[in-house]
Structures are given as C-alpha cells and as structure tokens.
Design a protein around this ligand. Structure first.
Ligand SMILES: C[S@@+](CC[C@H](N)C(=O)[O-])C[C@H]1O[C@@H](n2cnc3c(N)ncnc32)[C@H](O)[C@@H]1O
Length: 196
C-alpha cells in the first residue's frame, strides 16, 4: 500500500489510507477498476484470508494483469476477479448482497501501460458509483480517485464531484480532496461514507 509514511502523499495514497482505516479482517471489499491490480492487492491484504474482494475490469488485458499480480502475491484465493463493466456491478457479481460491503474503490482513467484511449467514461462511472452505494454496509466507504488530466477526465471528474455533492447529507458524508499545488489537472480523491 502507498502510505503517508512512504513520502509525499497523493490521491491514491489518500484514498487507500481512508479505506485502510475502515477495513477489518474478514470484510468484503470491491475494486471496481482492477487495472494492473495494485488496489486489488491492497484490498486483499487488508481483508485477510477470511475476507473477500470482488474485482472487475472491462479490459481483458487488465484482468490478466491483475490475475498475474494476485498469483505472484499468493492472494488469488481471497479475490473473485471478473471481466465486465462496473456499471453492471449487480450483474457481474450477483453474489454481492446489498449493504454488506465495507469499502469500494474506483480509480478512474486509463490502464497505465495500456491503451490510453480506453478510459472510464462519465455515464458508466456514475452508474457504477450509484450501484456501489447500494452495496455499501452501514459506515461503509466509497473511495474514488479522479484524474482530470486525461482527455475527457475533466468532465468526468466534475460529474463525479457534482454527483457526490448531491448525495443527501442525512445518509452520506462526502469529502472532496483538492491539492493546493499542481493545478486543476492534479488527481484528487472523493470519499463517500455511509452513516452508521
Ligand atoms: C486507472 S486504471 C485502474 C488502476 C488500478 N486500480 C490499479 O491499481 O492498477 C482504470 C481502469 O478502469 C478500467 N475501466 C474502464 N471502464 C470500465 C468499466 N466500465 N468497468 C470496469 N472497468 C473499467 C480500465 O480498463 C482501466 O484498467
């Protein structure tokens, strides 16, 4: 896991730090953008052998990269990894029951090292985020890393922010992180926490 102690923090380490503070051994977690598997490995370590991580990516290349990484780390037994779209979370993972998931992570943008034109898209991202909220347990946490810097990323980031800010405050606490340096292309975290 990236952490504050490893140097300068960034959007990913902030998101992971929030998620780490919420996850306990035996928890259920979701990685909605598996990519190269870094977040899936992070989640699998946090939930322990008794826990379960559901990881999805729309690209075969990403699913394969994540599968390899999990095998290298000997974490594959605690992860259910499937190819699909996070906008159809309930179809991809029918075994996930509503209000049972401790944490969900979205890391938006393109697959590092892959095709940069295949990015997450606002409509599917927002559908995925709404589905993720339905899965969240009481006090569950949704962590989104937004990348305004890539083509289309600025619009996606704005829509994620507007969506998060529109959630009813009676049920959701929302934190949108903004870095004071680096300009408006700097990746930032959005954290949503369900009330207990
Ligand atoms: C920034 S990368 C994720 C990085 C990853 N979390 C990691 O730790 O390596 C974004 C990923 O989102 C995936 N993606 C794009 N649209 C998607 C969708 N509708 N459903 C699921 N994954 C999607 C891309 O294929 C890409 O692998």
């Amino acid at each position: 896991m990236g952490s504050f102690s490893s140097g300068r923090f960034n959007a990913v380490t902030v998101a992971q730090t929030f998620v780490a503070s919420r996850l306990r051994e035996g928890d259920v977690a979701v990685d909605a953008t598996a990519g190269n598997g870094h977040d899936t490995v992070f989640l699998a370590r946090r939930v322990g052998a008794a826990g379960r991580v559901y990881a999805v990516d729309v690209q075969a290349e990403a699913v394969e990269a994540t599968r390899r990484r999990l095998a290298e780390e000997r974490l594959d037994e605690r992860v259910v990894l499937r190819r699909g779209g996070h906008e159809s979370l309930a179809t991809v993972f029918p075994e996930i029951r509503k209000r049972t998931v401790a944490a969900v992570m979205f890391n938006l943008g393109y697959l590092p090292g892959g095709d940069k034109t295949l990015t997450t898209r606002p409509d599917t991202t927002l559908a995925g985020l709404s589905g993720a909220l339905e899965c969240l347990a009481p006090r569950g946490l949704l962590a989104v890393v937004c990348y305004p810097g890539h083509p289309g990323g600025s619009d996606e980031s704005s829509r994620v922010t507007a969506w998060a800010e529109s959630l009813p405050s009676s049920e959701w606490r929302v934190l949108i992180g903004r870095f004071a340096s680096g300009g408006n292309k700097t990746p930032f975290p959005a954290i949503v926490n369900r009330a207990g």
